[in-house]
Design a protein around this ligand. Structure first.
Ligand SMILES: NC(=O)c1ccc[n+]([C@@H]2O[C@H](COP(=O)([O-])OP(=O)(O)OC[C@H]3O[C@@H](n4cnc5c(N)ncnc54)[C@H](O)[C@@H]3O)[C@@H](O)[C@H]2O)c1
Length: 480
């Protein structure tokens, strides 16, 4: 008797590859069991098989039986634990059990109907019905995604995110052209679960190679920040917009349906009603090429949404905090380092609202999206931050001064940043149960401790400032 839960992992062999992929994305099992009209198992197909075949030219609408594995490993219902272990240890099976993953093997009754799924790893096996998959996935032993590609993973946010993904057991591949060097990731080269590909995300062939065997793509690469993006507008348009569209298209074609894009609350720009909290559907007023390209990219990505392709747009607050690829061109970090090293800083204007987010909390938002059911995040835009961390710039200055009372806080009313947005984070809190763990005060404290430890004696080095670095022709790049 096939249980309802088991039938949720099965699909008729006459359905399309697109249907099979949708089932795989929805169950999170990374495999679909193909059955005939009598519900007997006739083959299996994995997400990896589908993606490989698509790149060989197969049409997404083709019948899934054309590419299914007709001779999969199977376990018989009547086998006891010893017999299962004996089978898993046979040469033929054991060499096909991956190193950092599980192999999903169907358990069949006498009529060839699925009654259970065995998750076999190098360390043994777990049964679906005994362990109840949902509990197992919650404990994160079994992942619905194995390998993640982080484009721009060597940057300020990427180098934190990669570490968190590795800690959680993901295989991480980074594509980055190391614009600012490899300080952020060089410690990871020796980690067997980490793979680095140096290359330009504008290059189609590079991207096609990088997406092979990945289950999700997180796209962070960009020329980041208003001043840096204004230096070479053509390059910014190529990387931040054309490149982004191209990567999203490649993912859609390859059925990498979880695609998470790093956007920014800067798309709200000069809000006409800055004292009212801005929601995802509020008016957008980008005031820089950087924000305009993020907005166009968001639109380009969302145009690609269909029943399968399920991208997510994360409009992040301005980040702060320590990262192995440190940036001192972000408001909290800049004011803090100036306060610590020069005993003074200048606030321009000060009345503008700005939401702030610790870089570690930002990384958690990407992981939250990776681990949420695809139907909860597909085609969605989320503001990322905390309702408690919207501050006027002057308040950020005051928070730093509270910690370092001896400093001189100057205010310059002549140069005022037009960006002014006070953002609501209700949607991400409610829909994804996302909460942040750090405050601006924590960020100031951690930078203070790092400086006390003797880090950042070279804080004026251009490598900490995207604009200064790019303007000075990348002369100080330091790659090991
Ligand atoms: N830092 C923030 O406050 C903030 C706020 C909102 C959104 N974001 C977005 O988050 C993402 C990450 O920002 P970050 O602060 O880590 O920036 P970053 O400048 O530290 O990192 C960007 C990374 O992209 C890489 N890159 C640039 N062009 C590339 C190319 N052509 N090919 C391959 N790699 C390339 C760079 O080498 C770098 O490692 C960006 O998309 C940014 O727009 C950042």
């Amino acid at each position: 008797m096939v249980t309802l839960e088991m039938s949720g992992f099965c699909i008729n062999q006459n359905k399309s590859i697109k249907n099979a992929m949708r089932l795989i994305d929805r169950t999170g099992l990374r495999i679909a069991f193909l059955i005939d009209d009598k519900k007997r198992l006739v083959g299996v197909i994995t997400d990896g098989d589908i993606r490989r075949e698509l790149l060989k030219g197969l049409n997404l609408e083709s019948c899934v039986k054309e590419i299914m594995n007709k001779d999969p490993f199977i376990i018989k219902e009547e086998w006891d634990e010893t017999e299962i272990n004996k089978f898993l240890k046979t040469k033929r099976v054991s060499r096909n059990i991956p190193k950092h993953d599980f192999r999903r093997i169907p358990v069949l009754d006498k009529n060839n109907r699925i009654v259970d799924i065995i998750f076999a790893s190098k360390d043994g096996f777990e049964s679906y019905t005994k362990s109840q998959l949902k509990t197992v996935t919650k404990k994160r032993k079994i992942k619905h995604i194995n390998r993640v590609l982080v484009v721009g993973g060597a940057g300020y946010l990427g180098s934190i995110l990669c570490r968190k993904l590795l800690e959680k057991g993901y295989l991480v591949r980074v594509l980055d052209n190391l614009t600012y060097g490899d300080h952020g990731i060089k410690d990871l080269y020796k980690n067997p679960k980490f793979e680095f590909i140096e290359g330009d995300m504008r290059d189609i062939q590079t991207v096609v190679d990088c997406v092979k065997d990945v289950g999700a793509v997180i796209h962070l690469a960009a020329i980041v920040g208003d001043p840096a993006s204004a230096l070479d507008p053509e390059e910014t348009i190529e990387i931040n917009y054309f490149g982004t569209r191209m990567i999203a298209e490649i993912c859609k074609y390859s059925q990498i349906n979880r695609f998470i894009f790093a956007s920014t609350c800067s798309v709200y720009g000069a809000s006409p009603t800055p004292d009212t909290k801005i929601k995802e559907e509020s008016q957008l007023n980008p005031v820089s090429l950087y924000a305009e390209m993020k907005l166009k990219s968001e639109q380009g990505i969302l145009e690609l949404v269909d029943e399968n392709f399920s991208p997510t747009i994360l409009r992040m607050s301005t980040l702060y905090g320590l990262s192995p690829r440190m940036r001192f061109d972000l408001v909290v970090n800049t004011l803090t380092i100036k306060a610590l090293m020069e005993n003074e800083f200048t606030i321009f204007g000060g009345g503008q609202w700005r939401p702030n987010l610790h870089v570690s909390d930002a990384a958690d938002a990407y992981i939250k999206c990776l681990e949420s059911p695809i139907e909860n995040i597909g085609g969605e835009i989320f503001n990322v931050g905390s309702n408690d961390e919207n501050y006027k710039i002057i308040e950020i200055g005051e928070t730093i001064k509270d910690d370092l009372p001896q400093i001189n806080m100057k205010i310059d009313e002549t140069k005022i940043d037009e960006r002014n947005y006070n953002v609501s984070f209700d949607k991400i809190e409610k829909q994804l149960e996302y909460i942040t763990h750090f405050t601006v005060k924590d960020g100031v404290e951690e930078i203070k401790k790092a400086v006390e430890n003797g880090d950042f004696t070279d804080y004026t080095n251009h490598k900490y400032n995207n604009y200064a670095f790019l303007q000075n022709n990348n002369l100080q790049v330091d790659i090991e």
